[in-house]
Design a binder for this molecule. Structure first.
Ligand code: PHE
Length: 360
């Protein structure tokens, strides 16, 4: 019996010390396998006297059970520990911010759109939208451009086909974002303060023109809104957009059918050494068209021109992007060349805001 106790102490100690399932299995075979130590002892039972067998039999069986139980317990403990270890190494902090990969980037046009939107949002302008396929009424008539007006030709309009026999005037791809003025006035009335960024289309293609490009329309209507307000808003915009302390704008008398008076706006700049510097130098760069909304346009929008007045402007996003980020050829904007996009693109998780910096 003594050597049974010894055997038991040793085997249980070995089981308790086993480091993995393979070691455990080896111990099982060595102890209670067919030729294991305990099994061999059981075989000896046959040679014993009935008296001896009476005590040795149950003792061996008890030992075998105890070893099997210890093996099972150790196995569970090892599996638990392995799971714990795995959980400890495989944990994932789902609250970490995403890691930007260099294979996706924000197109300069989208970047500039976001910048422009955030600057005007800071000045209390909401964003309005309209369709890119427009009726000719919204694109022209409502903006005081009657059918025979020369401005219709100047716009190099893309016309949509009507079904054969349909005599109504064709829809157009909007040639500017100004029709959104009308839609917004009709839907929301006065007073209002909105910008309308979006795509516009004209049949034109060279280094600085593409058949599709982007504009931002601005519209502010109130009871006493004047050109002075327009000037301040545009100066604030240019200061913020070009990220300089001082800018100088020049209002040049111009003509648009939908504004009266109308002004084209130039920005003082220098091109010394091929590098654009805003707010200094002797050059002027035209950046947008603007004016006081024509009374007929207010009427078309359902607003009483006796009571309300306001300003409107339209600026080209793509041109702003070329200027600010030194991009020479507009056509490359829409070639979808990955090398170009990687070079001129912006990190996709940086959202431009006026307070955090627009173009970090
Ligand atoms: N719609 C004009 C254009 O595309 C720009 C403009 C908008 C001018 C609003 C004046 C007022 O050229």
């Amino acid at each position: 019996m003594d050597d049974l106790n010894e055997l038991k102490t040793r085997i249980l100690a070995e089981i308790a010390a086993a480091r993995d399932e393979a070691a455990l299995e080896a111990l099982r075979v060595a102890a209670v396998g067919k030729k294991g130590e305990v099994s061999l002892k059981m075989r000896e039972l046959g040679k014993m006297s009935p008296e001896e067998r009476k005590t040795a039999g149950p003792a061996l069986n008890a030992l075998k059970d105890e070893i099997n139980a210890a093996l099972a317990a150790r196995k569970t403990a090892l599996a638990d520990a392995a799971l714990e270890a795995r959980l400890a190494t495989e944990w994932l902090d789902v609250t970490l911010p995403g890691r930007p990969r260099r294979d996706g980037s924000v197109h300069p046009v989208s970047q500039v759109m976001e910048e422009v939107i955030s600057i005007f949002a800071d000045m209390g302008f909401a964003v309005a939208e309209g369709p890119q396929i427009e009726s000719d009424w919204y694109n022209f008539d409502a903006l005081n451009i009657p059918p025979e007006h020369p401005a219709r030709q100047e716009h190099d309009t893309f016309f949509m086909n009507r079904a054969e026999g349909d005599a109504r005037p064709p829809h157009v791809l909007r040639t500017h974002t100004s029709p959104v003025q009308i839609r917004h006035m009709q839907a929301h009335g006065a007073p209002c303060r909105v910008i309308a960024p979006g795509r516009v289309y004209r049949m034109d293609m060279d280094q600085t023109h593409t058949p599709m490009f982007h504009q931002v329309e601005g519209l502010a209507i109130g009871e006493d809104i004047s050109m002075a307000n327009l000037k301040w808003v545009l100066e604030e915009f240019c200061r913020a957009f070009f990220e300089v302390d001082e800018v100088e704008l020049r209002f040049r008398a111009s003509h648009f059918p939908f504004t009266e008076p109308s002004a084209e706006v130039d920005l003082r700049c220098s091109w010394e050494g091929g590098q654009l510097r805003v707010g200094e130098g002797d050059d002027w760069m035209e950046i947008l068209g603007s004016g006081m909304v024509h009374p007929r346009v207010l009427e078309a929008g359902g607003i009483d021109p006796e009571k309300w007045q306001g300003f409107a402007f339209g600026l080209g996003i793509d041109r702003l992007a070329m200027l600010k980020y030194g991009i020479p050829d507009l056509r490359a904007f829409f070639d979808s060349d990955l090398r170009w996009l990687r070079h001129y693109g912006f990190a996709s998780l940086e959202v431009p805001t006026v307070h955090a910096g627009l173009s970090r």
